[in-house]
Design a protein around this ligand. Structure first.
Ligand code: DLL
Length: 420
């Protein structure tokens, strides 16, 4: 694997140096040339590519081949509003299909499966990525896209879908809607789901698995690199195998940029060693994880990354304390009677200039109809848990079941009203 990766890396550096003026300048400024890449470890000599680089080169500044070679383009507006694009040659499409085929195979998918694809189709990579991957393994694809929950449930029942692909929050929402309509989600016959595109927790996995009686697999990817298919879980359901023959991972200390040893937590950086259309060298994903040292029990030899811990940039700093929304979710899911639906609202007082965080938490229907005293107790319990787990005081507001807006795509968990 390492010699394949090295050969591909060397070829990549030569290609971008020759074909992408942006990279030639960047490498010249860093004082490195393609000849300096003599081993795989020399990758660390190369400069990083950041989201800001994508912004300044938008739309076509990173193209490494003539436009005629490009067969498809995807784009993500991202949470920060910066448009990022990915332009694929036919070979890039093939690698993407392969990455997604491995992803679905990781979930046990075969040509005998009926994959209901409820990721959004269009510029977002989720819909078409899962679609191509399902076709590559010979499965039957139902390209329903996201939304229209009633129809989703109808198709599941009529077409006997066996695998669902969508965001984890939408999977929970669909189960909730099914029950509302008097349909038992576990009666619909799904057996697995490939969920990603947004942060979720181990506890949320348990909720989804229970609600549908399925196995829920974590899948990872990002538009800049290829879309979904970068890394995927196998039957062991611990860590995501990186398709590192296409997308080479490193973990760095986000503050110093130094490469960290395997097992240490930091920012995931990816180099697209086979990419032709819009190749990226040492792209800083801003996603926080670590590389799992141990070999996987499933027999695959590709390295795994741990379930994501959050992003360096959705890091909320509340009164000086660093908090990832995923930590809040994690703490919340350990408490009985609450639903995995929450919203964090952060604001700064005009008088005191101090941050205030309010956490809206949905209570499950049984607990909600209880006495006010019980509600008060539950509220206090959540506040105490937040204080002990996160080290900050968060005001908790219990809200009615189903009152937090649901999303058919990526869930919105944070409203940051602070103007700093
Ligand atoms: O979300 C690609 C994708 C589609 C992945 C479908 C998985 C399934 P973007 O819109 O560019 O691409 O967003 C990428 O989403 O940097 C992570 O912060 C986050 N993300 C993706 N997968 C996961 C996951 C798609 N499994 C950004 N867990 C990434 C946590 C995830 N966060």
């Amino acid at each position: 694997m390492r010699s394949l990766q090295f050969a591909r890396l060397k070829n990549l550096v030569e290609r971008v140096y020759t074909n992408v003026p942006f990279y030639r300048t960047k490498l010249d400024e860093a004082g490195v040339s393609p000849n300096d890449i003599k081993t795989l470890d020399d990758l660390a000599k190369l400069p990083f590519t950041t989201k800001d680089d994508l912004r300044v080169t938008y739309p076509y500044g990173l193209l490494a081949v003539p436009q005629a070679e490009i067969v498809e383009i995807h784009m993500s507006s991202g949470t920060t509003g910066t448009p990022v694009i990915d332009a694929y040659t036919q070979r890039d499409m093939d690698d993407w299909f392969e990455g997604m085929a491995r992803t679905l195979s990781g979930a046990g998918g075969t040509r005998n499966d009926i994959v209901q694809n409820a990721y959004g189709y269009g510029l977002f990579t989720g819909g078409l990525g899962a679609h191509y991957g399902a076709q590559r393994i010979g499965a039957t694809v139902i390209p329903v896209s996201s939304g229209n929950t009633e129809k989703q449930l109808m198709l599941m029942r009529d077409f006997k879908s066996t695998i669902i692909t969508c965001t984890p929050s939408y999977a929970l929402y669909m189960a909730e809607q099914a029950r509302e309509m008097g349909i038992d989600p576990t009666s619909l016959g799904l057996r697995a789901g490939c969920f990603g595109a947004e942060p979720w927790s181990e506890n949320m996995r348990k909720e989804i698995e229970k609600a549908w009686n399925i196995k829920a697999y974590d899948i990872y990817g990002l538009t800049e690199i290829t879309g979904p298919g970068v890394a995927f879980e196998c039957a062991e359901q611990y860590g995501m195998h990186v398709n590192e023959d296409f997308w080479y991972p490193e973990i760095i200390d986000p503050a110093t940029g130094k490469v960290l040893p395997e097992g240490e937590k930091g920012e995931l950086v990816i180099t697209t060693i086979t990419k032709e259309g819009t190749p990226l060298i040492r792209y800083r994903t801003r996603d926080i994880t670590f590389i799992i040292k141990e070999r996987c029990g499933c027999g695959r030899t590709t390295r795994r990354i741990h379930r994501l811990f959050g992003r360096t940039d959705d890091l909320l700093i509340i009164r000086g304390v660093n908090v990832f929304p995923s930590q809040i979710e994690h703490a919340l899911m350990e408490i009985q009677h609450v639903e995995p639906n929450y919203l964090i609202i952060v604001d700064r007082s005009a008088q005191t200039h101090l941050d205030d965080a309010e956490l809206h938490v949905e209570v499950n229907p049984e607990a909600f109809s209880d006495e006010t005293k019980d509600m008060e107790q539950l509220r206090n319990k959540i506040e105490a848990t937040m204080k002990s787990k996160l080290g900050i005081a968060i005001k908790v507001k219990l809200v009615e079941p189903k009152s937090i807006e649901r999303s058919i795509g990526k869930a919105k968990r944070v409203i940051d009203k602070r103007q700093i």
